[in-house]
Design a binder for this molecule. Structure first.
Ligand code: FAS
Ligand code: PHB
Length: 389
């Protein structure tokens, strides 16, 4: 098998990149280890920056997003006493789109066949080879047969646990990591949201987030210890704790219902450098992870892919390699700024085991400062809607 660009991973990064390259007439093939059903079953991000929605518009895959998504002009921080509304539209002129990641991947997967984007599903033992050569390749097993896909370039879009980063020779990569001493317990329920906008709460008991997927489907999270056993959190206990942490007003409007999905995710900040080695380019979670507090994960995958697709198109269409040469530095510059914002909001909104009363007072003082400072709110708002590309 041969193609121009071999893409490892059919998450948002791989699918967006594959579609953008196909749209430009470049032969891209995606190799994915899971089934399409498995990829679609993962409940993940909920908030899209313009960075991401612009790509769906550019691909002409925005119809369902515009019909079923919700444009939000603000979100709320809560300190256990009050809601502090960040009016992102007034402060930045931009909004965010509330439209689940599973819906984005569904739109991209459904459109792949008619657009000639080949996805090899359920590929086993995927491995990268000769990434420093002019003919790198991806080998995999499918239906008991080993196959090799040779390309001019490989895009590693295989998430945090994929093989791409590990294909870079020892001693070349540098890792930067912060693992947080807690996780998020997330619940999805077919109940109306408790508020028309998102609420990020820092309560004495810990962090909570009220989000949504539609007017009839809500997504909530609470901060929990890393070793949390889901059996300790029956629905009733979780709803009680959400009502406490989100505050009296949200609680008064909260509709309870059975969890249709409940899971605990660890939180980490992670960056791998370089995001390019030889003819392997890394994009999305394969190169970086952010705590979901700032709603940046999926959106960073979109910005990496915006840069990488433009660079690859220039290479194949005008034989211009400047974009490829500058990709890693350009992508990392935006990655680090999003890492900073996600780290900042995580430290502001969570209770840390080693925090004393002083640290708690610092958090409350920061929230009070934000409540009373337009300058502080502008800073939060411009990061939340997404910094310029
Ligand atoms: P992905 O991990 O989505 O996709 C990688 C793909 O590569 C997967 O389909 C995987 O099966 C495939 N792959 C892995 N190994 C492979 C191999 N050996 N061979 C072939 N394929 C392989 N972000 C937010 O903005 N907000 C959130 O609320 C949020 N919640 C999250 C909750 C969880 C539990 C997790 C894990 C992440 C969450 N994220 C959130 C971040 C998430 O949305 C990612 O940023 C986003 O999925 C990144 O997309 P990709 O880079 O495509 O990586
Ligand atoms: C979600 O709806 O899943 C969501 C929204 C915003 C975040 C994190 C998760 O910051």
């Amino acid at each position: 098998m041969k193609c121009d660009v071999a893409i490892v991973g059919a998450g948002p990064a791989g699918l967006l990149l594959g579609h953008l390259l196909r749209q430009a007439g470049i032969d891209a093939v995606i190799v994915e280890r899971q089934s399409a059903e498995y990829v679609l079953s993962r409940i993940r991000a909920g908030v899209l920056e313009r960075t991401t929605t612009d790509l769906m518009v550019q691909l002409g895959l925005d119809t369902r997003m515009l019909a079923e998504g919700q444009l939000h002009s603000g979100f709320n921080l809560a300190d256990g006493e009050r809601l502090i509304r960040i009016d992102i539209e007034d402060l930045t002129g931009s909004q965010v789109m509330v439209y689940g990641q599973s819906e984005v991947t569904r739109d991209l997967i459904d459109a792949a066949p008619e657009r000639g984007l080949e996805v090899v599903w359920e590929a086993k033992d995927v491995a990268l080879h000769d990434i420093e050569s002019a003919a790198p390749s991806v080998s995999f097993e499918q239906n008991g047969k080993t196959q090799t896909l040779t390309a001019k370039y490989i895009a590693g879009c295989d998430g945090f646990h994929g093989p791409s980063r590990r294909a870079i020779p020892e001693g070349i990569g540098r890792e930067h990591e912060r693992v947080y001493p807690f996780g998020w317990l997330g619940i999805l329920a077919d109940v109306p949201p408790c508020h028309e906008e998102l609420i990020y709460a820092n309560h004495a008991n810990g962090f909570a987030l009220a989000s949504m997927r539609s007017n009839t489907r809500s997504r909530y999270y609470i901060q929990v210890p890393l070793d949390t056993d889901l059996a300790q959190w029956p629905d009733e206990r979780l709803w009680d704790e959400l009502a406490v942490r989100l505050g009296p007003d949200a609680a008064a409007h909260m509709t309870r219902g059975p969890a249709i999905e409940k899971s605990v995710a660890p939180l980490r900040s992670y960056v791998f450098e370089p995001m390019r080695h030889g003819n392997l380019f890394i994009a999305g979670d394969a190169g970086h992870i952010v705590p979901p507090t700032g709603a940046k994960g999926l959106n960073l995958a979109a910005s990496d892919v915006t840069y990488l697709s433009k660079a690859l198109i220039a290479r194949f269409k005008q034989n211009d390699e400047t974009g490829l040469e500058g990709y890693a530095a350009k992508a990392l510059a935006r990655v680090w700024k999003s890492e900073r914002f996600s780290w900042y909001l995580t430290n502001l909104m969570h209770r840390f085991p080693d925090h004393g009363t002083f640290e708690r007072q610092m958090q409350l003082a920061e929230l009070d400062y934000i409540a009373n400072s337009r300058a502080a709110q502008i800073s939060i708002a411009e990061n939340y809607v997404g910094l310029p590309l």
